[in-house]
Design a protein around this ligand. Structure first.
Ligand SMILES: Cc1ncc(COP(=O)(O)O)c(C=O)c1O
Length: 385
């Protein structure tokens, strides 16, 4: 096996889940998905497609109808994007990997803003890149970007900058001014930006278009910018494995070739379901977001009220990231909570060493009372320490 693969860290979230193996009484909030099933209208479109016998290979870059639908959807939220710049992928994670495969050589320098979902730093490491990080700084209960540190870290030697905002796990979102500063800087250094915007619709601040600030709002089509998206979060479609890329025109053919050699194409029936998802986004997404906001507003004050509780209210995403004074090791704490309290959370240090001591709680619960029940378990456990 290649050394880069040997060196990959096993998932710490999985390690916590394994600590609870065989127990069905654990209230689990460790994975990043809602416990609500995909809306009926989306499932029906997949069923209809299968009934029509759509069981064959499709175009590498996706069904033309879906690329058109995604382009319309994107253009309604951001400046117009042509369908020729869209590539449909088998999940957001595949979109990210394709972008990294297209841009990064072994030995290249990659900079990532952390804490972040570990896949984003593992993927360039798999390809043999050197990954450096720019840590967000927790200040006054909010995670913030140190722009000076980012400018210092990203130099003409940096091939790729990876930014995920709204962020998993901290809920940090980028301001328009920060995005502009980062884009300007990367234009100067010639660095590519990989913007993971899968949570753009799960944004709780008041906006005109119901969408977090995006690099697409301020960039030109020929900028060195790749934006990744997913149907998983805003359309409750995690298990469908469908995402997309917004690409500069010069990258489209190369990504098409890479899709051929990775997955060849996304399945047709899931793509038909995705067209239905987009057609019904006006009914689905605002409801999902309003519900998530209710979940966040239920959970965050309860966590903040815990003895020694510190939590940054997420501006976007589906996670509460918090710490409890007196507990230093996230992994140890998360394992103890599974075994001793029946509560499943993700350890902060799965997302970056600087998030040691923090825990991530996915608040995408169909029934917000589950969150209240989880906090009760945590309170009871804390009272015995
Ligand atoms: C930041 C981030 N990017 C991308 C993804 C990929 O999601 P999927 O592969 O389900 O589309 C996730 C999933 O949790 C995520 O948290």
């Amino acid at each position: 096996m290649r050394e880069a693969i040997h060196n990959l860290e096993a998932s710490k979230i999985r390690e916590v889940a394994n600590a609870g193996l065989g127990r069905d009484d654990v209230l689990a909030f460790w994975f990043g998905e809602s416990d609500e099933v995909t809306p009926e209208v989306i499932r029906q479109a997949a069923i209809d497609s299968l009934q029509r016998g759509e069981t064959f290979y499709a175009h590498n870059l996706g069904l033309p109808e879906l690329r058109e639908a995604i382009a319309r959807y994107t253009s309604a939220l951001h400046p117009a994007v042509d369908a020729s710049r869209i590539a449909v992928t088998s999940g957001g994670v595949s979109a990210l990997m394709l972008a990294v495969q297209a841009l990064v050589d072994a030995g290249d320098e990659v900079v990532a803003v952390t804490p972040v979902w570990p896949n984003l730093t593992a993927q360039p490491a798999i390809l043999g890149a050197q990954v450096r990080t720019v840590p967000l700084v927790p200040a006054d209960g909010q995670w913030t970007l140190d722009l000076a540190a980012l400018r210092k870290a990203v130099t003409p030697k940096t091939r790729l900058l990876i930014v995920n905002a709204p962020n998993n796990p901290t809920g940090w979102t980028m301001t328009r001014e920060e995005q502009q500063a980062v884009l300007d800087h990367c234009r100067e250094t010639g660095t590519w930006i990989l913007a993971d915007e899968v949570y753009e619709r799960l944004y709780f601040e008041p906006t005109l278009n119901g969408c977090a600030p995006s690099f697409l709002d301020i960039s030109r089509p020929d900028d060195r910018l790749v934006v990744t998206h997913s149907f998983s979060k805003s359309f409750l479609m995690t298990g469908w494995r469908l995402g997309w890329l917004v690409l500069p025109p010069a990258l489209v053919d190369g990504i098409g070739k890479l899709i051929e050699f990775n997955t060849s194409c996304a399945s047709v029936f899931t793509q038909r379901a995705a067209v239905a998802a987009i057609e019904h986004t006006a009914e689905i997404t605002p409801r999902v977001v309003a519900h998530l906001k209710q979940c966040r507003d239920t959970l965050v004050p309860l966590l903040a009220a815990l003895p020694g509780g510190q939590v940054a209210p997420a501006k976007g995403g589906m996670y509460a990231f918090f710490r409890l004074e007196g507990f230093g090791d996230s992994l140890d704490l998360a394992k103890r909570l599974v075994v001793e309290a029946g509560l499943g959370l993700a350890p902060g240090n799965a997302f970056a060493p600087e998030a040691q001591g923090w825990l991530r709680w996915c608040f995408a619960s169909k029934d917000p009372q589950r969150l209240v029940q989880g906090v009760e378990r945590l309170k009871t456990w804390l009272s015995k320490q």
